[in-house]
Design a protein around this ligand. Sequence first.
Ligand code: C6P
Length: 411
Amino acid sequence: MSTAAAPFDVTRVRRDFPILAQHVNGHPLVYLDSAASGQRPNAVLRAVERYETHHHSNVHRGVHALSQAATEAFEGARERARRFLNARSRREIVFVRGTTEGINLVAQAFARPRFGPGDEILITGLEHHANIVPWQMVCEQTGCTLKVAPIDRRGELDLDRFLRQLTARTRLVAVAHVSNALGTVLPVERIVEAAHSCGALVLLDGAQAVPHTAIDVQALGCDFYAFSGHKLYGPTGIGVLFGREELLEEMPPWQGGGDMIRTVSFEKSTYNDLPWKFEAGTPNISGAVGLAAAMDYLEGLDIEAVAAHEQRLLALATAELSRIPGLEIIGTAAHKAAVLSFTLRGCHPHDLGTILDSEGVAIRTGHHCAMPVMTFFDIPATARASFGCYNTEADVDALVAALGKAREVFG
Ligand code: C6P
């Protein structure tokens, strides 16, 4: 019996994503913006529709059948997320709106009550604003200091400098697992090991990593891991914050309201168990159901097979774009995920994006919520093509052809 894995069947995968079958501006849609938001497969659309049509009610609140069905679906999604991350316990899985909210939760409920003058938070020069601004706010609130480990011209973390900036004063290291603007995959295992040996805890921003690599938070050894459902072919408005149980247990709640309490009186309130202590108010139930379906879908495809397919597209696109005169690839790290940022001489990235759109090619242009990265490379913005499980070599060809049109316009 052969044990060889079946080849990745992208034609079949594309059939799962009805949105891709449309035309945009008279051309077949070529969707190269999955780093901003992935599209949803039928499995996710149907899971959400099924939930909304047959099972919706509020969770944790009713004895009636629908409320119990909704609670089962919601808590089932939590167990699905636990398995997806290989967390030890469901108590470590907090549903949030997305990566941004997950990081803000850690900033306000973990860092703010603990940190003070003399303490340091260490990030890197390639972070998304969601992994910069919450720490700046904590610094203003507590008097602690934000340190930034530099990147080099390839968009790689300068690990030596990072290790030298890591000291006994560092309380928390917060880094992207994968950079959204450059595609760089960071050496997170090494970072976690080094941080822990200095007594610092580690938060990983997994927004761009989860669609491209299997995550095992126990193997990574990180203390917090945050990601968004919509980058993972799931719905918007739902994400996960993983936190080690001992840490979450010690942390005060962040937001107050329904569901996060055990008892309330005007004199004093007591708080719910984990993870509900951090889930004030009615949660995004259908979002969690859709997220669980997205995890089933992606694991069904085999994340490693998807990643290998995307790496082939990245290599092809990198080779093709490198041949275009005046085009410069921004972010040339040795280890990259399926993100390709670039500039074209004489053409502002926004104009480039508009021309590509007129050819049906959807890319993202701008600073990608990573302004310090743009400052480092001394550019206002980049054009960014990003690949998902449904992209094809024909999509790369369409990108190259549309860039040819842009060159004709801008000479
Ligand atoms: N990056 C992009 O086009 P939210 O918005 O909370 O789902 O994710 C925020 C976020 C945090 N960290 C990283 C590394 C990210 O890439 C993102 C979202 C999108 O690159 C929108 S700016």
